[in-house]
Structure formats: structure tokens, C-alpha cells
Design a protein around this ligand. Sequence first.
Ligand SMILES: Cc1cc2nc3c(=O)[nH]c(=O)nc-3n(C[C@H](O)[C@H](O)[C@H](O)COP(=O)(O)OP(=O)(O)OC[C@H]3O[C@@H](n4cnc5c(N)ncnc54)[C@H](O)[C@@H]3O)c2cc1C
Length: 314
Amino acid sequence: MTDLDEIAARLGPSVERDAPLASLTTYGVGGPAGLLARIPDAEALHDLASALRTTGVVVPALVVGLGSNLLVTDAGFPGLVVVLGDGFAQVAVEGTKVLAGGRAKLPVVARQSAAAGLTGFEWASGVPGSIGGAVRMNAGVHEADMAAVLTRVHLTDLWSGEDVVMERDELGLGYRSSTFPSSSVVVAAELDLQPGDPAAARAAIKEKTNWRRENQPGGRNAGSVFTNPPGGSAGRLIDEAGLKGLRIGTAEVSSKHANFIQVDEGGRAADVWALMDAVRRRVHQASGVTLEPENVFVGLDPLPDLGDDDEARP
Ligand SMILES: Cc1cc2nc3c(=O)[nH]c(=O)nc-3n(C[C@H](O)[C@H](O)[C@H](O)COP(=O)(O)OP(=O)(O)OC[C@H]3O[C@@H](n4cnc5c(N)ncnc54)[C@H](O)[C@@H]3O)c2cc1C
């Protein structure tokens, strides 16, 4: 009996063996999860942690939110994938405070906050992730990010089942990054916004939605592939290197926004990875800048080291 079999036997019918992951990501690529646990609510999350403790086995674990920043290898993830359910999707507004569950969708939280007369979270209306994924990634746009609105998060440790509240400053939030333990599941986050005018907030959301529609592609992608280098724009560098429309297999650099990669239906993670590698090499040759991935790789090798930035400058 493998470790996963042991966990599956302990958890019973609530978990699935060899469950497809592609449909849980916006790229729509990636092989199956060894074990997939859909967790409806906090009690079930504690049950999962207690079952894991009882088996005593440790397997790789991954929390999947709305999968809008994940590139999962075609071979799949040979461990335990945890997906939070509707019991974690609540949004409650009290004064200027918003309590949002880890599964709550950012656009929903943005719209509900605006409707309650709060301002400061309109930017999140166009980011198709969950609160949990947004905290982990410190999601944001150029003028704002989660760190600017977050006060604290409620976490449950997958292995110990321990509930912890961490203040914003303890999370190690940086540019699209965080350093809190990978075994911590974000079950809820508290935001502090400012009083505003609901009509103005709604108008700002509409404007942001229209801007995205005009400037970003729809379809199968995971948003910005690379982070912006200090003081620069990854999209501009890719565009200037003439890479819009570059294709490898089933993956293509978007001709609408150069920092997005579009994948064909039934596409392959290997093609996305190879295209990222090719784009990164060519941008490095053209500008001397090494782009770093914003997408989170699951089971894929990191992109190769390209050496010192200045060495490649023509
Ligand atoms: C069209 C499009 C536009 C986008 N625009 C932006 C943008 O403007 N700004 C921006 O920052 N991002 C953007 N993104 C990327 C993405 O939406 C964000 O990174 C988002 O925060 C990811 O949330 P998610 O729920 O999809 O996380 P996932 O992609 O599922 O996971 C991302 C990471 O978070 C972890 N995670 C997920 N849920 C939890 C949880 N509950 N607890 C602990 N860890 C968790 C995962 O393990 C993984 O490490 C865009 C994506 C798309 C497709």
C-alpha cells in the first residue's frame, strides 16, 4: 500500500485518486493529482489534518485556489491536492473591515466591498483568483496589492490542524510573493478599506473591467507569465524583442498582451514551459534583462540560469 493509498483509505469517499488537475487551472493543462481532497468547510479541513496525522505519512501537498496562476506539469502532481469549497467563500462587511473566506473570488469581494460603500479594493475586480491565492501571491496591480489592504489572515496548518492568526507583517509579503509556511492554508483574510462612494467604486470597477477587456486576452492563460523587472515592464520587453505571436506546440505568446501565454484546448504544460524559456532567452539576448516567472510551477524544473544580466547586453 502506498502512502497515498493509506491516506485515501483513511479519508474515504471524500477524496479522489488520479483526479484531473487541468480543469482546475485557467491554462487548462497538467496531469492528474495523486489524491484530490475537496474540503467543504473548516470542520472537514480539521478532519483532513487529523487523518493525515493518524496515518503519519508525509506526502507532497498543494493547495489549489482558482488555479489562475498555476502551471502544472503534464505528468501531474504525485501528492495530495487540497481544494477549498463553498464553506470558505463567505464575504462579510462590518464598518470598513471585510472578512473574506480563502475561497472567496476576488471580483466578488471587490464588488461586495464597493456595494457596501468601501473603496480601496476595486483593483481586485479584474483578478480571477481567490483570496487564499491572492494572499499567497500578494496579488496586485501596479498601484496596489494585497499587502496594502490586508490586516491579518486566518490559517490552518494542513499537517498539525493548528489554527493560527498571522498579522500582515508576519506574512513576508513582497512583490508577488510571500514567505509564510507552505503548509498553511489561508482559510480567511481580514481587509481594512476606506469609506467611499458606492457609485464611484462601481464606476471604477467598470472602468477597470473595460480596460482589461481591451488590453488583455481572454481564453486559456494564467495572467502575467513573468514579473516586471525593477523599473521595467516584462510585457514591453517581450514586445520589443518581437515575440508576440511566437508559438511552440500548443502555446503562443498573446498578440494582445506580450506577457500572456495562450494555450490551445488540450494543450501541454511542456509547451508553455518551453515557450517561457524561449521568450526569456530572447529577451535576455535583446535587452540583457532576465525575466523571472510569476506563474507558479508545479512539478516543472525552474527555468535555466541565464548568467549575469549585463553579459548578454548587445
Ligand atoms: C486573466 C488573468 C489576469 C490576471 N491578472 C492579475 C493581476 O492583475 N495581478 C495579479 O497579481 N495576478 C493576476 N493574475 C494571476 C492570478 O489571478 C493571481 O495570482 C491570483 O491571486 C491567484 O489566485 P488563485 O486562487 O487562482 O491561486 P492558484 O493559482 O490556485 O494558486 C497560486 C498559489 O497560491 C496558493 N494558494 C491558493 N489558494 C491558497 C490557500 N487558500 N491557502 C494557501 N495557499 C493558497 C497555491 O498553492 C499557489 O502557490 C491574473 C490571472 C489571469 C488568468
